[in-house]
Write a protein that binds this ligand. Structure first.
Ligand code: FES
Length: 285
């Protein structure tokens, strides 16, 4: 048991006995056995920084790896470790959305509903997943397997609409593929699910520990991380003056900003401009 009994069942900020609905102050400390596990890891993280308070972000991931969210107890732990006030730690934990204030499911599913993903189907995916799972935003299924959250842009717009599970990418999703995905996650076989890019999934708590800065102990997982795909590298190739497969070369060739355009590219661009006035948006002079 890693979560303080009374906290996980009561929602954020409601640990311990309450009076008139107000949370107990101060928050209860972690049980001794949890501290015995966390203390060496916290010391290792803190030692990596010249100023201990710089370790706050990894420390928040560490307590999230213990409980599946950042509880008031976790905030107290971070404050005590770093000589900060709980108000200072709370300010950071509530600023960054990767720190959850409610218990996450084993697989935390984020649906990007930022502009590009939204117009390409992200809003529809999120609405259908809510209905399919029977939960709302920031809620967890009764079996504890899946939590759902609509998230902001994850810098994967070239693969929109994007769904993330424990921060691994599932690209070019549809409502149907997303529903198949969460069904698979709930089937008990989630560890075998492979994201479009990157390593196979691990649990939200295990992911949090990796994000805290500890090695991914799964054999081969680091090598599975992969690199940028073709859509991601398209802009780079264009900037280098290359052409993209399947596109009309004369319309797509651009020159690096710091260099003169290659002779053949400039000539080709002129040809297109002559042939189709007003239709040379892909050509940079
Ligand atoms: S808008 Fe969805 S990843 Fe950028």
């Amino acid at each position: 048991m890693t979560t303080t009994e009374n906290e996980a069942g009561s929602g954020p900020g409601l640990s311990g006995p309450t009076l008139l609905g107000l949370p107990e102050l101060p928050a209860p400390a972690f049980p001794a056995e949890v501290r015995a596990r966390l203390d060496p890891d916290a010391a290792e993280l803190i030692a990596r920084y010249p100023d201990s308070r710089s370790a706050l972000l990894p420390l928040l991931h560490l307590v999230q790896s213990a409980e599946g969210f950042v509880s008031r107890t976790g905030i107290r732990y971070c404050a005590e470790q770093l000589g900060l006030t709980t108000a200072e730690v709370t300010a950071v934990a509530t600023f960054y959305t990767m720190y959850r204030r409610r218990p996450a499911g084993e697989y935390h599913v984020g649906v990007c509903t930022n502009t590009l993903c939204a117009v390409l189907g992200g809003d529809e995916i999120f609405a259908e997943l809510q209905q399919h799972l029977g939960i709302g935003n920031n809620e967890t299924t009764g079996d504890g397997a899946v939590s759902l959250e609509h998230i902001e842009c994850n810098a994967a717009c070239d693969y929109a609409p994007v769904v993330m599970v424990n921060w691994e990418f599932f690209d070019n999703q549809t409502p149907e593929s997303a529903k198949d995905l969460v069904d698979q996650l709930r089937s008990g076989d989630g560890a075998q699910v492979r994201p479009t890019r990157g390593a196979r999934l691990c649990s939200f708590k295990e992911t949090s520990r990796i994000l805290a800065g500890f090695p991914d102990a799964r054999e081969g997982a680091v090598d599975e991380s992969g690199a940028g795909g073709a859509p991601t590298l398209a802009g780079l190739r264009l900037a280098r003056g290359e052409t993209l497969p399947g596109t009309a070369a004369a319309r797509r060739v651009v020159a690096p900003r710091h260099e003169d355009p290659p002779q053949d590219a400039a000539a080709a661009a002129d040809t297109v401009a002559d042939a189709a006035p007003g239709d040379n948006e892909g050509v940079e002079e």
